[in-house]
Design a protein around this ligand. Sequence first.
Ligand SMILES: O=C(O)CCC(=O)C(=O)O
Length: 286
Amino acid sequence: MGKFLTAAQLTSFQRHGFLALPGFVDARRCLDLRDRALELARLHVPPPDKATIFTADGTPLHASDQYFLTSGEAIRCFFERDAFDANGWLRADAHLCLNKLGHAMHDLDPVFDSFSRLPGLAAVAGDIGLKEPLLLQSMYIFKQARIGGEVKCHTDHTYLWTEPRTVIGFWFAIDDATVENGCMWALPGGHRIPVKSRSRLNASRTAMVLETLDKEPYPTQGLEALEAARGTLILLDGALPHMSGPNLSDKPRHAYTIHAIDGSAEYLADNWLQRPTLPLRGFAMN
Ligand SMILES: O=C(O)CCC(=O)C(=O)O
C-alpha cells in the first residue's frame, strides 16, 4: 500500500506497465487547462512559413529543426501534417491546426504549473518509485477532430533516456478519449521488453538520430485500448510500448502529458531535450 495508490493498483502498474486512475482531476480543472491551452496556442502560433510539422514517429518533419530542438525550455506550437492543403495553405485558423504545444508549459505558464503539481501527484510519483521526481517535459496534445494524426508505437525512454531508466508518463484525459477519437493503446507487460531504440542528438547537436538497438518490431497484436473519461490520469512506465490512432471522428481528443524522471539518475547529455537555463523542478508548488 502506498501513500496514494492501493497495493492492488501498485501490483497492476508493476505487472502491466500502466495504470488508469479515473476521476483523478475534476472536470472543471480539465476545462480550465483546455481554455488555457487554446489561449497559449493563439498567443504562440508561429507564422505558417515558420511552421514545424510533427510526424507520427515522435520527431519534427525536419529532425534538425531548431524551433523544435530548443523547445525544452519554451512554449512552442507544432502543426499537424494534414493541417495544410495541397497548395501549402492552412485548412483552418492556425491554432486549430496544431498537433501539440511543448515542452515547458509546466514551468512557464501559471495555469499549467498548478495543474502539473496537483495534490496527489507527488504521492503517486513516490508510490511508483520516483525518489526525487523532476518534471522534464510537458505536452498538450490536441488530436483535433478529423486531422489529429496517429502517434506511432514508441517508448518514452527512447527519447528521455536516463541511466538507469526512470522516466514515467503522467497522461491526463482532458476530453473523453475513445477508440473513435484516437485514444492511446498500450501493450500490457510490454515494459519488460528491452527498449528497441534510442533517439539522440548527432555530434554537432543539430539534428536527432534514431539508434536501433533491436531490429525486431514490437508485437502489433495484444495492444489494449486505453479509453479514458475526462479527468483520468494514466501512468505509463517509460519502457511501455504505446501509441494512439488518428482522430477520424468529429470530436477533439485533447490530452495533457508530463514526463518525469528521477533526479538521482543520470540524464544523458545527448538527449534532444536539454534545459541549460531553466532548472528542473519537482511536484511541489513554489
Ligand atoms: O496522447 C497521445 O496520443 C500520445 C501520448 C504519448 O505518447 C505520451 O504521452 O507519451
